[in-house]
Design a protein around this ligand. Sequence first.
Ligand SMILES: [Zn+2]
Length: 470
Amino acid sequence: MIESSRLPFRKHVCHTVPLIPTICFSSEGGLAMMAPKARKFLSADALFGMLRTGFADIADHRPGDTDISLTDALMSAFALFSLKSPSLLAFDKERTEGNLHRVYGIERVPCDTAMREMLDPVEPASLRPLFTDIFRALQRGKALEEMVFVEGHYLLALDGTGYFSSQQIHCASCLEMHHRNGTVTYHHQMLSAALVHPDKREVIPLMPEPIIKQDGADKNDCERNAAKRLIAKLRQDHPHLKVIVTEDSLSSNAPHIEVLQDHHLHYILGVKEGDHAYLFEHVAAAERAGRVLSYDREDTKTGLRHRFRFIRDVPLNEANGDLRVNFLECWEWNRDQVQHFSWVTDLRVNKGTVYQLMRGGRARWRIENETFNTLKNQGYHFEHNYGHGYQHLSVMFAGLMMLAFLVDQVQQLCCPLFQAVWAKLGSKRRLWEKMRALFYAYALESMRHLFEALLYGWKKMAPILVLDSS
Ligand SMILES: [Zn+2]
């Protein structure tokens, strides 16, 4: 029996921050709006400062004196994604130069061509410390505590996605698909990783791993190789982070599971009958022998019914008989609809854990829904071509966009002011639109100034906002 993990599963208690600012009495005895306490060092303004410092550490590839610093070029590209500006041209620097200076700390804003030329040779890997810095700030602020899934363990969802495809435009990093008629399709993909939680919409992305043509290799890279690199780097950046990796059924293969085990990562991985016939036959034979356990659960609140079937210590496939996994499957009835899911895991499966394991396995879709769909459809223009470059530009833009998404997710998770603005405006699209409109029209001092203007109205007296000075 597999007992590598003895995580006692207990009910997760979610500490949510109220979205609506509370009303309380000011010292003068009058009514004043007071938003809940925020962590100042996780505010957008503090994170922009952290990013500027991180960008300044990236070596400039250009010799001699330069007109515009690489830091300004990187920060300008970041501001583009932070403001969800649909194109470099729409990013009207003439009108917004003052705001770009005050809000994003940009000394001199490059024109779009200069920005592309300056960023193209920069190694995308140089963005890694910036993701790690923000992650550390979240840890320091204990902001990740509400993302804990079970007993100090986080759920980390991994998934690959494509974001560029063309028959003409290409660069040194492009993956190539050669067709029979002699044409070539060039495309870009990346493997993303994000902390997810079944009860939370927020996700915390880590540095994505580009799936690109590798140096000196003719062959295209693949998601499995990218996963190997991502996991090794994850352990370098976070040697002690307690992680349960959750992925789709493509990842349920022996070499990948061995990589996870080698890096002390737990897992809940999807399996499919069509792809894992040997495993499912083994389970069917065990069922006939009476060795498969089952458990029924009915949720009176939601009206959902679940039936779980599980068995410990089964071989994943015929070729790797010594790789033993625990298997669970679940049917969920919602009135007359039924859904079926199945996973393998190294975590203990029993009546006390299967429900939580099922929630962990299904939280994987948050990387598709809350990450990729948000980037593609909620204003980030993920698949939009901002310029491809010849070396790394396309990959750099994807990394900078993920960084802007991370800063936004931190605001969504930790900033009561952002939460209140979002609640007031009703949708992210509307929020980004209003944000850009103000950014282009008024002189702003900071992102906080902008959020306050959106929440309380322009030209109104600034509210009292309690901020933690720690
Ligand atoms: Zn390319």
